[in-house]
Design a protein around this ligand. Structure first.
Ligand SMILES: *[C@@H]1O[C@H](CO)[C@@H](O)[C@H](O)[C@H]1NC(C)=O
Length: 251
């Protein structure tokens, strides 16, 4: 037990040196926290330890998850919106959530044609890294629908449901972003993660309706659930680290 302390110290010292070294592209170095082999989590850049007893959702970090998806093995996109389980129960179901998405200007992906890779996320619900349940794109014109958006770029989001037995809240965790047009091969905009979140949030709190159902969301902003900045973030695009917790009320 005592003998392992100096070794532990050495590892931490080496990790510190590696991080402060000017060699290489620092933006692409993932968080120390992402390396489970160290066993210790390093909260930096505004990230705070996991929050307990949140109502309608469970902090994924309480059980090894995180608020950044796994786009690649090391880089990810922020889960910047949560639809809490205190929302309209219909919105928490998949068909209801699709309707709700349409009400705020999104639609299911163009004719089942899947663009890009499936992202994994670990919501700390005991299911480990699971592929997104839904990928939803903005539609610009009702007639052409999502097909037009697929060509032009725009807003989209991926959604995962927190429904494993370890954290069976039923909340939706959402990674929203704004893309450039497809001539840029669906690259994310300069500030695309913050912009994508804010687009979704603005429409949700303004209120929306779809086929006779009306909704309006209440919002609570949370900081400290993920780090600020570009470290570990896909495309090296900085995030402000804020997560919108939405409770979508049926009117
Ligand atoms: C969790 O919810 C998703 C989305 O509705 C569904 O596809 C999946 O089967 C559910 N998993 C469990 C374990 O209930």
């Amino acid at each position: 037990m005592l003998r392992s302390l100096p070794a532990c110290f050495l590892v931490l010292a080496l990790a510190f040196l590696a991080r402060s070294s000017p060699v290489g592209n620092a933006d692409q170095i993932p968080l120390l926290a992402a390396d489970d082999s160290l066993g210790a989590v390093d909260y930096r850049n505004g990230e705070l330890p996991p929050t307990e007893n949140t109502e309608g959702w469970v902090d994924p970090r309480l059980n090894g998850g995180r608020f950044i998806d796994f786009t690649t093995r090391r880089l990810g996109e922020p889960l910047n919106i949560v639809i809490s389980a205190l929302s309209d129960p219909w919105v928490l179901e998949e068909p209801g959530f699709l309707e709700y998405s349409q009400s705020i200007g999104f639609a299911g992906e163009c004719m089942g044609l899947h663009y890009g890779n499936i992202h994994n996320a670990d919501l700390g619900d005991g299911l480990g890294r699971k592929g997104e349940h839904l990928l939803i794109r903005q539609h610009y014109f009702p007639v052409i629908g999502t097909c037009w958006e697929s060509v032009r770029g725009g807003h989209h989001f991926r959604a995962w449901k927190q429904n494993g037995t370890l954290a069976n809240s039923g909340a939706w965790f959402i990674g929203a972003s704004k893309e450039k047009d497809s001539s840029n091969n669906h690259r994310i905009d300069e500030d695309g993660y913050n912009l994508g979140r804010d687009f979704f949030v603005e429409r949700a709190i303004a209120g929306s309706h779809w086929q006779g159902k009306w909704w309006r969301a209440e919002i609570e902003w949370r900081e400290g659930l993920m780090p600020r900045g570009r470290r570990g973030i896909n495309h090296g695009i900085a995030v402000d680290g804020r997560v919108a917790i939405l409770t979508v009320k049926r009117l």
